[in-house]
Structure formats: structure tokens, C-alpha cells
Design a binder for this molecule. Structure first.
Ligand code: FES
Length: 369
């Protein structure tokens, strides 16, 4: 057995070295991908591909992509997300989105749905809606993430804000399609009545199902999440596992109410759509970031990630999740100090690998990009 493994390792190493020598790429198939994909759009060297089946508007600024992944795409669990890869202006860009449809839909129809909010000043999310049609193909990762129901024997309370409903929609549909046994309650917040995504579906999904309850709450009329609302809508909340998904400000406020209400921290699960907010008031705003390979530079005016800074000056560094998970944006810092918003720590001044999406420059910094 170990002889076979050694041989495989040796062969893989030889293949990698041969490929690097020939085309400066560790994988010959990846190198050929741009040539092959125009002829066979659903072919990919490493990741999976998917056919766009529908682009459906959900509200003024939200839409759903219905995708049919290629055959080998693995299954997923409600609460997981995928990385979607597309080509924009000749550059490969990717973004991560929660799957908003249930696994049962994938099993029956072979399709998954991603519900996307077009960010006000976003480069990709507003563009995707215009660029993708029913003849488009996209790259797709396997499902990732651990915002999944941890314990099926305990009741769960889901607290969502805005487009944070997407992972819960997957779960609620899944529960409605199978024989539900787990007690589940949803508190879904939007500013005004009529602004809740999937309002009709959510109002009817629990019909005739004593295990599911949904409450669509308007903050303009009823205020933000509070202990009183919690006690009213879910009186036995201390027995529940609590899942929260929504904007960072909402997550922070909800979490504080729960902790004040003596909810055990271990029973709270959080999914963010970006890195946790950081108080930058102490950081040095002056200085220049130099991107050494592209010979571009940016002056620091406000605290923003190195990824956003590079994009603001027209660069297109590779990125994926934009929240410190996928490591696609990793690159070499040659000198200077950056603040990591994920670990809340400063780097040293010397050379090291950093993630652009969660690194905020502090003063003069040189990045090998
Ligand atoms: S884009 Fe995923 S870690 Fe930075």
C-alpha cells in the first residue's frame, strides 16, 4: 500500500514539475481551461460548472439565480453556501452566496437557487443580474460552510434580517417537504411590511404544520429585536438552539439581547455576510499602499480592506468569499503593518502572507501584487 502511495506521490510531483516547466501552471488542464471552455462551457479542470436556468426578480434589489450544476456536483445541507465564479471583462471573479433552496429540490429537479441582494455600490452583484441569462454557464464550488442545523433533536429559533433569510428558506422548505419533527420558529425582520423576501411563501410554509411558526416583523412598526419580542414569540427560548443571519449591526444587537437574557453562548450560531465590524478609530489613516508587481499605489484616506483598496484603483486581485474563509485573496506583504479584522490583531512589519479581504493597512505598506 505504501509503495503505491509513494509511487502516486512521486508521479504527482513529476507531473506538477513538468507542467510548471512547460506552462508555468501546476495543472495542465487548468492552463487549457480558457481554450476548452468556449467549446464545452460545462467543462472545468478543477471546480464544478452550472447552467443558469432562470434569473428571477424577488424585489427591487434582490434576485434569484436558478442553477443546474453538472452531474458530479455533490449534495449540500441547508445553511451552506457556494462560491459562484464568472468572467467579467476578461477577469475571473467569484462571490459566495447562501443556497436558498432545499436539498430535496436538488434531489428531484437537479437545481439549486441562490438569492442575491444587489449591493448598492457593488461591482459584481448588480452586474450579475444583467450579465447572466438562461444560456449562461458559471463556475461553482462544492457547498461549504457550517451554518447547518447542529442538533436535530433540539428546537431551533431562526432570527433573520433582510437577505439573511436565504439560508433559513432552504431549511424551512426542507422541513416542509419532509416529515417535520423538529420544532422550528422564525423571526424575520425587515424595515417595513411588504419588504420581507419570500413573504407569501413564508406565510404559507407553516400552514397546517404545528412544528413550524413564522413571524414577519416590521421594525418600523414593532421596533428591533428585543427581550419582550423574544419572550412573546418564543417563550421557552432557553431550550432552543438559536441561529442568526443578517447584517452585522443586527447580529451584534441580537447577540447582546440573547446574552443579557442568559442564553448560553454555545447555543447561539451566527452567519455573517462579511467580516465582523471593527473599531478603527485608533488606527493610523495616513500612508501609501504600494502594489509592487503592478506598480500601482493608493493613498489611505479611510479604513478599508486591501482588497477594496486595490479594486478602487482598477486592479482585479483574485477573491472569493471576501470574509477571510477561502484564502483566494492570499498574497505576500513585503513590508508594513496590516490589521487583521478577523483575528483583531496587527501583523509584524516584515514579510508574510496575508488575506487582502480582511487586512486593513496601517500606514505605509508594500504588497506583492
Ligand atoms: S476572498 Fe476569501 S479569504 Fe479573502
Amino acid at each position: 500500500m505504501s509503495n503505491i502511495q509513494n509511487k502516486n506521490t512521486w508521479l504527482h510531483k513529476a507531473y506538477t514539475e513538468f507542467s510548471m516547466a512547460l506552462v508555468n501552471n501546476a495543472n495542465l488542464k487548468s492552463y487549457a481551461e480558457p481554450l476548452i471552455q468556449p467549446l464545452f462551457p460545462l467543462w472545468s479542470a478543477n471546480d464544478y460548472r452550472a447552467q443558469v436556468k432562470q434569473v428571477r426578480s424577488e424585489s427591487q434589489n434582490c434576485y434569484t439565480l436558478v442553477l443546474k450544476p453538472t452531474k458530479k456536483w455533490p449534495d449540500f445541507q441547508p445553511g451552506q453556501y457556494v462560491e459562484l465564479q464568472v468572467i467579467k471583462n476578461g477577469a475571473k471573479v467569484s462571490r459566495c452566496f447562501s443556497i436558498s433552496s432545499p436539498p430535496e429540490q436538488f434531489a428531484q429537479l437537479g437545481t439549486i437557487e441562490l438569492t442575491i441582494r444587489a449591493q448598492d455600490k457593488g461591482r459584481i452583484t448588480p452586474w450579475l443580474k444583467q450579465a447572466l441569462t438562461e444560456t449562461s454557464t458559471v463556475g461553482l464550488s462544492a457547498a461549504q460552510g457550517d451554518f447547518i442545523i447542529k442538533d436535530r433533536s433540539r428546537p431551533i429559533l431562526m432570527i433573520a434580517g433582510g437577505s439573511g433569510i436565504t439560508p433559513f428558506r432552504s431549511y424551512l422548505y426542507s422541513q416542509a417537504m419532509i416529515e417535520p419533527t423538529q420544532k422550528a420558529s422564525l423571526l424575520y425582520y425587515a424595515r417595513n411590511q411588504g419588504e420581507h423576501l419570500f413573504e407569501q411563501e413564508l406565510n404559507s410554509i407553516g400552514d397546517g404544520n404545528k412544528h413550524l411558526t413564522t413571524h414577519l416583523i416590521s421594525t418600523a412598526e414593532m421596533g428591533h429585536f428585543s427581550l419582550e419580542q423574544l419572550q412573546q414569540q418564543c417563550p421557552n427560548y432557553l431550550d432552543y438552539d438559536i441561529y442568526i443571519c443578517g447584517p452585522n449591526s443586527m447580529i451584534k444587537a441580537v447577540n447582546n439581547v440573547l446574552l443579557d437574557a442568559k442564553v448560553n453562548e454555545q447555543n447561539i450560531y451566527i452567519e455573517r455576510f462579511g467580516p465582523a465590524p471593527v473599531d478603527f478609530s485608533q488606527l493610523d489613516k495616513a500612508g501609501t499602499v504600494n502594489f509592487s508587481q503592478s506598480r500601482k499605489s493608493a493613498e489611505l484616506g479611510s479604513h478599508t480592506s486591501l482588497l477594496a483598496l486595490a479594486e478602487n484603483i482598477g486592479m482585479q486581485p483574485e477573491s472569493g468569499c471576501r470574509m477571510g474563509i477561502c484564502h483566494k485573496c492570499s498574497c505576500r506583504k513585503k513590508s508594513g503593518v496590516v490589521y487583521n479584522t478577523l483575528t483583531n490583531s496587527y501583523s509584524d512589519t516584515g514579510q508574510e502572507d496575508i488575506q487582502l479581504c480582511v487586512s486593513v493597512p496601517v500606514g505605509e505598506v508594500i504588497i506583492e501584487l
